[in-house]
Design a protein around this ligand. Structure first.
Ligand SMILES: CC(C)(COP(=O)(O)OP(=O)(O)OC[C@H]1O[C@@H](n2cnc3c(N)ncnc32)[C@H](O)[C@@H]1OP(=O)(O)O)[C@@H](O)C(=O)NCCC(=O)NCCS
Length: 342
């Protein structure tokens, strides 16, 4: 057993020692992500983690592994409280220079105990690797510990600026029959109040209509308050949000959406968040239209952004085809693993 202690972290505390531990927790997570993707890592900031813990929707258990005073590993367990009550989402990382000493196993045992104590029956964790490498953490750590491969997603990036004329043509639905039946609109940060009820429907459908592989996700429960909370969390954490929607001219309702976010601490990077076209509106190239409209607005308003990063299920043929048309190229993989607790 390594001479390492696992201690709880109160991410919302203002106590200087707790703040130091939170800095260590975020640092360990970022170091692990950096070990895979270098400067193209996808870390969380302290402000983002604190923001998530300040709003209702999840219960969190945060822990660090300490060697002397140094943080050498971390876990963050997120347990949804409005839906998906059997699930727990686990972030688990050990600093690259401290691996293969048993620290990961200690942290995992501790996190599984917390999930069990909270009555959760499925724990989900992610592993990542670059194209051409292998999923070492998944294959050699997660799988032997009872985790099962539930879904593989492709991480890809679209370089910006893209050809504005082409984006404009895609956004306008050039060459699509009945393109005029839908209008595409964009909004920065919290969208107009009038959109929110429709966005709640789109988000709720998104939670089960996007390909889910073998994962145990159940439908999420969304209302206007949750939509607002989600946008406010992003704004409070320094993120700009950009939403593009398609409106059905005959009903006035929103039938497709996509959301991009630009983190304040990394202003040259945008993250692609949810994209969905309601089933009844599919087949009108609305996925391509809203994504192209968002990319166009993004490059006009924030020209410092040089790429958009996204993750898609490897079997999501339609979305991957849309992404390829928009110029996305694969960079690596993220695999979702599930461990059942009995
Ligand atoms: C996965 C991870 C948490 C393991 O942490 P760790 O402290 O190295 O884990 P342990 O030392 O407890 O490893 C226990 C055993 O797992 C296996 N193992 C772990 N990582 C391995 C690797 N890269 N290659 C081969 N075997 C590995 C070995 O059998 C090891 O025992 P050994 O060192 O005596 O041979 C760490 O590699 C990591 O942070 N990875 C990136 C983040 C991640 O993928 N997290 C999700 C995990 S579900």
């Amino acid at each position: 057993m390594p001479d390492v202690q696992i201690v709880p972290v109160d991410a919302l505390s203002e106590d200087p020692e707790q703040r130091r531990l939170l800095t260590g927790l975020v640092g360990a997570h970022t170091a692990a992500s950096r070990a895979v993707f270098g400067d193209e890592h996808s870390g969380w900031t302290e402000a983002e983690l604190r923001g998530k813990r300040a709003v209702p929707g999840y219960r969190f258990v945060d822990r660090v592994a300490l060697d002397g005073g140094d943080v050498v590993g971390m876990t963050a367990l997120a347990m949804p409280s409005q839906d998906n009550l059997s699930l727990a989402f686990l972030m688990l990382t050990v600093r690259p220079e401290r691996r293969r000493e048993g620290i990961g196993s200690m942290l995992l045992d501790d996190a599984l105990a917390s999930a069990r104590a909270a009555g959760r029956t499925v724990v989900q964790a992610d592993t990542e690797w670059v194209a051409g490498a292998q999923d070492e953490s998944g294959q050699f750590f997660a799988a032997p510990r009872g985790f099962v491969d539930a879904q593989t997603t492709v991480r890809s990036a679209m370089p910006l600026p893209a050809d504005a004329e082409l984006l404009r043509a895609y956004a306008g639905g050039d060459g699509v029959e009945d393109a005029a039946a839908f209008t595409v609109e964009t909004a920065w940060d919290l969208p107009p109040q009038e959109w929110l009820a429709d966005l709640a429907v789109l988000e709720q459908r998104m939670s089960t209509d996007a390909p889910l592989g073998e994962t145990s996700f159940e439908e999420e429960v969304w209302d206007v308050a949750r939509v607002e909370r989600n946008y406010r969390w992003a704004a409070d954490a320094g993120r700009r949000s950009l939403t593009a929607v398609a409106r059905d001219g005959s009903t006035g309702g929103l039938v497709a959406f996509t959301v991009l976010q630009v983190p304040g601490h990394e202003p040259t990077l945008a993250y692609q968040h949810d994209t969905l076209v309601l089933r009844e509106a599919r087949g009108n190239r609305l996925g391509l239209r809203v994504k192209a409209a968002a990319a166009l607005e993004l490059q006009q308003a924030l020209p410092q952004v040089t790429r958009v990063r996204t993750w898609n299920a490897d079997d999501n043929r339609h979305m991957l085809a849309v992404n390829t048309e928009l110029g996305y190229r694969p960079e690596g993989y993220l695999r979702v693993w599930e461990r059942r607790l009995h």
